[in-house]
Design a binder for this molecule. Structure first.
Ligand code: NAD
Length: 353
């Protein structure tokens, strides 16, 4: 583990196995400098234990940066449960996993991620209080996707304003890839602002509905990133921003909810050099984690969640302005801002010790 490129001085990495339930899992705590490490629990059929470890290391580091830039007093962590989500999530396995989370004594707070459901988190809450994103209880935060959509929308307006001098979306050509929980809400909002929508989804029902209800043009998912448009909004899978996209796509702005949009880290600089304004994914899609963090605090306050989500637009504007002033790629600027906050907290911790 120490030799993989994804290891970044992670504070603690725990492997969990339970012969009785068949559970095999990894919990990675990248940093607790700003507070307990909050991050999702993913269930996935990895090719190997090494692949699962690398994913946990990479994703937990990403959560440190995301939580820091969202202004949360939380560090970054992530857990992966190895196995097919259809069979690896038995109640016995989830209880065993929750026991491991509990033994971390609040240093890690788990939430729903790919391959998991809210019902799984509810089940774990029978064993540990250190999970969030549950469906019941006084602090239950519910569906995070409206908050994610709202944050992306505000960041998108800030990015359009930074690129054109105005955040008016009337008649802007906007391509939304993925019309799921977040993408659909965004598409509705963008249409209401007067944008002309191009949409794609592998789910035919969703694109057909968008054509009928939002007057959207349907485009094949492979073609959409390369259509001439003002704003590309990735809301499906990661890795859509390739060097080819950066160098050839007739697109001015990228701002969407999908995680890990850059296919490789060098695409950040390639987008900047090509004059495409990219709003860093982990900055703009933090609305969901802000909502879950409110539950983790023990007292869900909808007003404070709203204020923190609205701040995403202002943070995006700050990142874009700094990138322009310093002529630096936007992803690099966002990383530096997040790191400055984390380093400040580490320094403070060292002083107190
Ligand atoms: P979702 O599963 O509800 O929707 C994803 C949509 O993308 C589905 O409609 C699916 O059919 C479509 N899709 C899948 N593969 C596709 C492809 N190749 N081309 C076009 N469409 C495709 O997910 P969601 O909750 O809307 O999240 C969307 C993205 O945003 C994901 O990357 C997720 O990790 C990220 N994200 C979501 C949240 C949240 O609050 N839900 C928070 C942060 C980040």
């Amino acid at each position: 583990m120490f030799d993989t490129p994804d290891f970044d001085d992670h504070e603690e990495v725990v492997s969990v196995s339970c012969a009785r339930s068949g559970l095999r899992a990894i919990i990675a705590l990248h940093s607790t400098a700003l507070g307990p490490a909050l991050g999702g629990i993913r269930c996935w059929s990895y090719d190997s234990g090494t692949a699962a470890t690398r994913d946990a290391l990479r994703l937990s580091r990403g959560m440190t940066y995301k939580n820091a830039l969202a202004g949360l007093d939380l560090g970054g962590g992530k857990a992966v449960i190895l196995g097919d989500p259809a069979t690896a999530r038995s109640p016995a396995a989830l209880h065993a996993f929750a026991g491991a989370v509990d033994r971390l004594d609040g240093r890690y707070i788990g939430a729903e991620d790919v391959g998991m459901t809210v019902a799984d988190i509810d089940l774990m809450r029978d064993v540990t209080p250190h999970v969030a994103g549950t469906s019941w209880g006084a602090a239950a935060s519910g569906d995070p996707s409206p908050h994610t959509a709202e944050g992306v929308f505000l960041a998108l307006k800030a990015t359009v304003a930074a690129a054109t001098g105005s955040d008016d979306l009337t008649d802007a050509r906007v391509g939304v890839m993925g019309l799921g929980a977040v993408g659909w809400k965004l598409a509705e909002r963008l249409r209401a602002e007067g944008a002309r929508l191009l949409v794609s989804d592998v789910n035919v029902t969703r694109v057909t509905r968008a054509a009928a209800q939002l007057d959207a043009d349907i485009v094949d998912p492979r073609r959409l990133p390369f259509e001439p448009m003002d704003v590309f909004v990735p809301c499906a899978l990661g890795g859509v921003l390739t060097r080819d996209f950066a160098e050839t796509a007739p697109v001015r702005i990228v701002c969407g909810a999908a995680n890990n949009q850059l296919a490789t880290p060098d695409v950040d600089a390639a987008l900047w050099e090509a004059g495409k304004l990219y709003a860093p994914d982990y900055l703009v899609n933090a609305g969901g984690v802000i909502n879950v963090a409110a539950e983790a605090s023990g007292e869900y306050d909808a007003y404070r969640v709203g204020v923190a989500v609205r701040e995403i637009g202002a943070t995006a504007a700050r990142v874009l302005e700094t990138a322009r002033r310093e002529d630096r790629p936007t992803g690099a600027v966002a990383d530096a801002m997040a790191l400055a906050r984390i380093e400040g907290a580490r320094e403070e911790r060292r002083r107190r010790a």
